[in-house]
Design a binder for this molecule. Structure first.
Ligand SMILES: Cc1cc2nc3c(=O)[nH]c(=O)nc-3n(C[C@H](O)[C@H](O)[C@H](O)COP(=O)(O)OP(=O)(O)OC[C@H]3O[C@@H](n4cnc5c(N)ncnc54)[C@H](O)[C@@H]3O)c2cc1C
Length: 233
């Protein structure tokens, strides 16, 4: 695959966006995974894909001495890399849902950027994200969200900043909007969660508590009905 674009990291920004041009006729969707093998050995690394204008967009956090993230961070526009797409059917945009809530923290926003961009049917989508600070990259995500809202592809966007501004976590936003989440699940809506495993566990705990308070069901019931989709790592 050819590298089309890569943003730079800085003292305050430890994540970067990488855009790759896949081979002609590659079939993939936002939510699939990109597998790379930087040292050409057994150490494979996976990254969540957002599909944008037919290209692959990744959001990667640079880890010091990290084999995969340093390899990707060293890439320059025009270079070629060997990578394969891993189909991840359980995390594709739910076409039959009338309402979708996307919950992310950190790099977990990547597949959602693609899904919102591709939401041509204008399914009602709501984005809940958690970050530490408002970096330049986060501002570009906010501008993207505003633009998609004006196009009707995104209904609402909520950000929790853990270290500034509203000083809260995405779980606090869910607690604040408890009635909305209850109604969403009861009316067959879907919740998608992408990002850290710790965030997933905390979000699930809160949702379970909200459901037990407001309904006769727990989160497991909606999980078994396929209304909770996760891609966490
Ligand atoms: C399904 C799936 C999807 C993923 N999607 C993404 C994605 O979209 N974006 C993304 O950035 N990553 C994603 N990851 C994580 C990614 O696969 C790598 O694990 C990550 O980039 C670190 O790999 P590395 O080779 O750079 O670091 P390694 O060589 O594995 O580790 C180097 C050093 O960094 C430390 N380190 C590694 N990971 C962490 C961590 N999470 N927290 C603290 N220290 C750490 C290690 O302890 C070690 O000291 C995903 C993982 C999975 C399983």
């Amino acid at each position: 695959m050819m590298v089309l674009e890569k943003t730079n990291i800085s003292e305050t920004e430890h994540t970067f966006l990488l855009t790759l041009k896949p081979k002609m006729r590659s079939r993939f969707a936002s939510g699939d995974l990109l597998a790379i093998n930087p040292a050409d050995d057994y150490r494979e690394r996976l990254y969540s894909i957002g599909k944008k204008d037919g290209n692959i967009q990744l959001k990667v956090k640079l880890h010091q001495n990290g084999l995969g993230s340093e390899y990707l961070n060293d890439l320059k526009a025009g270079s070629m890399i060997k990578a394969r797409i891993v189909e991840n059917n359980s995390f594709h945009f739910p076409r039959k849902s009338k309402k979708v809530v996307m919950i992310a923290n950190g790099t977990g926003i990547a597949p959602f950027l693609g899904m919102i961009h591709e939401n041509k049917r204008k399914t009602e989508c709501h984005l809940y994200c958690g970050f530490r600070n408002e970096t330049e990259m986060i501002r570009t995500h906010q501008i993207f969200a505003q633009d998609q809202m004006s196009k009707g592809k995104l209904k609402s966007s909520h950000i929790a900043f853990s270290r500034e501004q509203n000083r809260c976590y995405v779980m606090d936003l869910i607690k604040r909007d408890a009635d909305f989440f209850t109604e969403l699940l009861q009316s067959n809506g879907t919740i998608m969660i992408c990002g850290s495993l710790v965030m997933q566990q905390d979000v699930e705990k809160i949702l379970d508590r909200i459901l037990l308070m407001n309904t006769n069901y727990n989160l497991e019931y909606f999980k078994l009905k396929g209304q909770i989709l996760t891609d966490c790592y």
